[in-house]
Write a protein that binds this ligand. Structure first.
Ligand code: MG
Length: 383
């Protein structure tokens, strides 16, 4: 029986890569549903190509356009409710959650409540609501398989030992385009500079997060939830070649790492076919060429977002939600040309400092913290 896969965020870089994998593994993967935020033309085109029975467009203003472009047999849903309804309508057995930001959270929760396995590429949903998601998984017996390359690596490395025997995990980081820049130069970096990632091809938000290292900060918080670890057992190590995707150190001193080319199709495929490993389209390592791998500790001074992420992870509760929302709002202002690069972390720090942490927040409280932090960024900019 083929796996019935639903892709939330099919027009983004993860979604497109997932469709390539599904196309190459047609014998075991069937695409039963697709969802996108605004790219209705591409969504309709994808539905036609892969024969998805149902699609959802988050932006309701292009519902009619999307419907007329989709094949006649395809159910077309729209709006935030449409995304949630798509989970039931598609009868998926696996949901790839790859919608950027908080919009991906309601359909992901719906999938978990239906006992469907989830491949999580949307790290924001764990950072925001890990304290809600992790207990829900246990309650409904669905599995969460990370797609983020570092967490996929840790997930894979953990298979070689017991979780109680883990001493720490080491998240590798490329260091981004400003790895060798001075603090002064980083503070003035342009949008084009920030969008020039040395190893990974990704969407704009995550590429800028890699330049500030907020992405690694989010990944530290993500890992605390996913692997039930305190942040002091999660280290970050800069590794510019992005070949070692992360490592797990066990109590006996043995370190197990997962390696591969920096090709997101590999962790995406692993999540979709888990626990099977199929011959897919991912790019392979060529060991015939001589190569060196480098490792260096991260610089918390030049990359203050990383320090803030650790602080948010340590405070726990609603801090992750506030860190994520403040960072996202500041990145938007940077992309709009309203603030300098160095302001992104500075604004995040100010908003975090003004936040009164809620220790065991409800989902409503987390959403409220998210809104508050976004507003607070705008207030700080206007001052
Ligand atoms: Mg990553």
């Amino acid at each position: 029986m083929r796996k019935r896969v639903l892709i939330l965020g099919s027009t983004g870089s993860i979604g497109r890569a997932a469709l390539e994998v599904a196309d190459a593994l047609r014998d075991e993967i069937e695409i039963c549903g697709l969802a996108a935020c605004t790219s209705w033309r591409e969504l309709a085109e994808q539905a036609r190509r892969c024969g998805a029975g149902a699609v959802a467009l988050a932006d309701p203003s292009h519902y009619e356009d999307c419907r007329s472009e989709c094949p006649s047999g395809t159910d077309v849903l729209c709006g935030a409710e449409g995304l949630v309804e798509l989970i039931a309508r598609s009868e998926a057995t696996f949901v790839l959650s790859a919608i950027v930001g908080a919009a991906g959270l309601p359909p992901t929760l719906e999938a978990i409540r239906r006992g469907v396995d989830v491949g999580l590429a949307n790290k924001e949903s764990l950072v925001l609501a890990g304290s809600i998601i992790m207990p829900l998984l246990r309650e409904f017996g669905s599995r969460l398989i990370p797609v983020d390359s570092e967490h996929s690596a840790i997930f894979q490395a953990l298979h070689s030992g017991r979780s109680t025997d883990v001493r720490r995990v080491v998240l590798t980081a490329s260091g981004g385009p400003f790895r060798k820049w001075t603090a002064e130069r980083i503070a003035q970096a342009s949008l084009d500079d920030a969008l020039r990632h040395p190893t990974w091809k990704m969407g704009a938000k995550i590429t800028i997060d890699s330049a500030t290292m907020a992405n690694k900060a989010l990944e530290v918080i993500e890992a605390t939830h996913l692997f039930d670890l305190e942040s002091d057992r999660i280290d970050v190590l800069v590794h510019p070649e992005s070949i070692v995707h992360s490592m797990v150190e066990f109590n006996d001193g043995a370190i197990v790492a997962q390696l591969g080319t920096p090709d997101m199709r590999i962790p995406i495929q692993y999540a979709m076919t888990y626990p099977r490993r199929a011959a897919g389209p991912g790019e392979r390592m060529d060991w015939r060429a001589a190569r060196s791998l480098h490792f260096e500790p991260p610089d918390f001074e030049r990359f203050p977002a990383l320090r803030l992420g650790y602080e948010a992870a340590r405070s726990g509760g609603s801090s992750g939600a506030v860190f994520n929302a403040a960072n996202e709002a500041a990145v938007e202002r940077f992309r709009a040309g309203e603030i300098r690069f160095g302001e992104i972390a500075r604004l995040t720090e100010r908003v975090l400092a003004d936040h009164r942490v809620i220790e065991q927040p409800t989902l409503e409280q987390l959403m409220e913290c998210d809104r508050w932090a976004r507003d607070e960024v705008l207030v700080c900019i206007q001052r």
